[in-house]
Design a binder for this molecule. Structure first.
Ligand code: AP5
Ligand code: MG
Ligand code: ZN
Length: 224
């Protein structure tokens, strides 16, 4: 049976990570977040981390060949054959084309792309107030969703921290990079007949319902 291969598109702060966790739990897809993988490499002090760090701190894209390499490796692992969820990748036309080539080589394709739309003023507010668990990556927000105990993750007891690229100046640049380099991908996937734009404003549970419906329908179509 073909797997459900989903791309989560959307600007920084749209809620990709927040929704990915819910999707992973219900649909059992392998969650591949290039941002999480790169941050992990930086934290571990690997060669990949050293190459990526300055781009990430500036809110710029890490070079395509660096990122497509780590994604190819992850999607080549056996568990990804049953279906995957890409969060934060592809982010440029070159990455999208390379992904299509890689998938085709293993008899797969993108099933659908979900683009989460959120107005820029709200993105700024979400990102500058965002906090994360250092251990399990669960996202929190100082105002919208603080942890029950200050600085401690509700789920795993891990320490809560702020991402170094969530300062206001870097967020502004990330939004600009998104507009220039990533937003055109919505048109790319529309041409392939797979994109679905959803309204990303509201409670995360409401937004998840919107995404859930689209994925459930796509899964039914795959099964028959
Ligand atoms: P990455 O980690 O992918 O960051 P991003 O795309 O900027 O997106 P974010 O993770 O900031 O936002 P999100 O959509 O996941 O939102 P979240 O759920 O956390 O990339 C970081 C960097 O790595 C890049 O700048 C680049 O340098 C590099 N990189 C990564 N991938 C790359 C690639 N493919 N190519 C090249 N370079 C790459 O939510 C945000 C906040 O809002 C949280 O506080 C959350 O609690 C809150 N929130 C979520 N939903 C709601 C809601 N409905 N209402 C209110 N608040 C909400
Ligand atoms: Mg994220
Ligand atoms: Zn945690």
């Amino acid at each position: 049976m073909a797997g459900l291969n989903v791309i989560l598109l959307g600007p920084p702060g749209a809620g990709k990570g927040t929704q990915a966790e819910r999707i992973r739990q219900e649909f059992g897809l392998v969650h591949v977040s290039t941002g999480d993988m790169l941050r992990e490499a930086v934290a571990q002090g690997t060669e990949l981390g050293a190459r990526a760090k300055s781009f990430m701190d500036a809110g710029e894209l890490v070079p395509d060949e660096v990122v497509t390499g780590i994604v190819a490796e992850r999607l080549g692992q056996p568990d990804a054959a049953a279906g995957f969820l890409l969060d934060g990748f592809p982010r440029s036309l070159a990455q999208a084309e390379e992904l299509d080539r890689q998938l085709e080589a293993s008899g797969r394709r993108v099933t659908l792309a979900v683009a989460i739309a959120v107005p820029e003023a709200e993105l700024l507010q979400r990102l500058t107030g965002r906090r994360l668990c250092r251990q399990c990556q669960k996202p929190y927000h100082t105002v919208f969703s603080p942890p029950k105990v200050e600085n401690i993750c509700d789920e795993c007891g891990g320490e809560i921290y702020q991402r170094s690229d969530d300062s206001e100046a870097t967020v502004q640049n990330r939004l600009e990079v998104y507009r220039k380099q990533t937003e055109p991908l919505i048109g790319y996937y529309r041409k392939l007949g797979v994109p679905t734009e959803i309204d990303g404003v509201g409670h995360p549970d409401e937004i998840y319902e919107r995404i859930r419906e689209i994925l459930a329908r796509a899964r039914e179509q795959l099964d028959c």
